[in-house]
Design a protein around this ligand. Structure first.
Ligand SMILES: NC(=O)C1=CN([C@@H]2O[C@H](COP(=O)(O)OP(=O)(O)OC[C@H]3O[C@@H](n4cnc5c(N)ncnc54)[C@H](O)[C@@H]3O)[C@@H](O)[C@H]2O)C=CC1
Ligand SMILES: CC(=O)C(=O)O
Length: 350
């Protein structure tokens, strides 16, 4: 190929034409100071980290995306594979390194590193393995991005969000667990599928632990603005408490089912976390059921525990917790879920 006069080659495989490619406009106005450069870091490029990353890229949520993992080949392979897609995506600079300095100045750090459940294993069973990783990962993130919001996804997510809060030294409003945002989506899918309607028209929360002791807030479910339980009562349609509880159990079971079928869950958590990233970085002030420091809310007083409550999120992290009216039984189940998590936490020594 004939080398053009205005380009120069820099060694084998290197091509440096950027300097001469454009004629710069000398008096161009500087970038608007109101346009922020947004940086997201994702720690752990396994199934979950990559599902989140790919959703973030397609939704144009970041100007810069930094990936970190301890597996060098996998990390570089994932970075290259994504970079090769940039011609089809909104423009995002994609970086990767095993060194946490690559995450410097992040607005949002999403942690997905760690062990996952094998078939039939509970999330709480992962705690010791993942806590050990967290004691290395979290201080590094906080060192390079002290103003970041920390979004924890690794399991058991509630206890690890508590650990991340302790290990990072960040204020509690900037440490959030993805929590039951995913369980609530599964719940809405099941209800919508049953009623043959759009899941986005189902407003329904699962709160508490992201896991076996989660709590379905039946008393506040509405479909297209119609409160479901009062509708059944008005229509004199009988329902059993046990049947409602069986639907919550189906939500819990659905994660185990996906793990037994494909070995892991990824797509739904990818969309779930991208929805949280959008709300936070675009200051959407939406309400999501996510894991937050719950002490003082809903009669939870016994200790510093993170679990999911309907939470308003924005650019500064947690903005507030919604006061949903609970039945006595729902409130009791939520406190029981808090006790389950506190019991696990009490054995951690942090
Ligand atoms: N909160 C939620 O709703 C969900 C949470 N999860 C959890 O997400 C986590 C990740 O799951 P998968 O991606 O399926 O697992 P995976 O095994 O595919 O990926 C884990 C990644 O973490 C990396 N890693 C391990 N130790 C590390 C360290 N010290 N530093 C940096 N990277 C490290 C591994 O090299 C691997 O790439 C698990 O704990 C899983 O239970 C999964 C689905 C939903
Ligand atoms: C693995 C997990 O936590 C989930 O898919 O709910």
């Amino acid at each position: 190929m004939q080398k053009s006069a205005s380009s120069s080659y820099l060694g084998p495989g290197g091509l440096d034409i950027a300097q001469d490619f454009f004629t710069p406009i000398q008096k161009a106005a500087p970038p608007s100071p109101t346009k922020r450069h947004t940086k997201i870091s994702v720690i752990g490029v396994g199934n979950v980290g990559m599902a989140i990353t790919q959703t973030i890229l397609t939704q144009d949520l970041a100007d810069e995306l930094a990936l970190v993992d301890m597996n060098a080949d996998k990390l570089r392979g994932e970075m290259l594979d994504l970079q090769h897609a940039t011609a089809f995506l909104p423009r995002t600079k994609i970086l990767a390194s095993m060194d946490y300095s690559v995450t410097v100045g992040s607005d949002l750090c999403i942690v997905t590193a760690g062990a996952r459940q094998i078939e039939g294993e509970s999330r709480l069973n992962l705690i010791q393995r993942n806590l050990t990783l967290f004691s290395n990962i979290i201080p590094e993130i906080a060192r390079y991005s002290p103003d970041s919001i920390l979004l924890i996804v690794s399991n058991p997510v509630d206890v690890l969000t508590y650990a991340a809060w302790k290990l990072s030294g960040l204020p509690s409003n900037r440490v959030i667990g993805s929590g039951t945002n995913l369980d609530s989506s599964r719940f809405r899918f099941l209800l919508a599928d049953h009623l043959d309607i759009n899941a986005q028209d189902v407003q329904a929360y699962i709160v508490g632990e992201h896991g076996d002791s989660s709590v379905a807030l039946w008393s506040s479910i509405s479909v297209g603005g119609v409160p479901i339980l009062s509708y059944l009562e008005r229509q004199q349609i009988p329902y059993e408490e046990e049947n409602l509880e069986n639907i919550r159990k189906e939500v819990v079971q659905s994660a185990y089912e996906v793990i037994s079928l494909k070995g892991y869950t990824s797509w739904a958590i990818g969309y779930s976390v991208a929805s949280l990233a959008r709300t936070i970085l675009r200051d959407q002030r939406k309400i999501h059921p996510v894991s937050v420091l719950a002490k003082g809310f809903y009669g939870i007083h016994s200790g510093d525990v993170f679990l999911s409550l309907p939470t308003q999120l924005g650019r500064s992290g947690v903005l507030g917790v919604t006061n949903v009216q609970l039945t006595d039984m729902e409130a009791q189940r939520l406190r029981d879920s808090a006790e389950t998590l506190l019991e696990v936490q009490s054995q951690l020594g942090i």
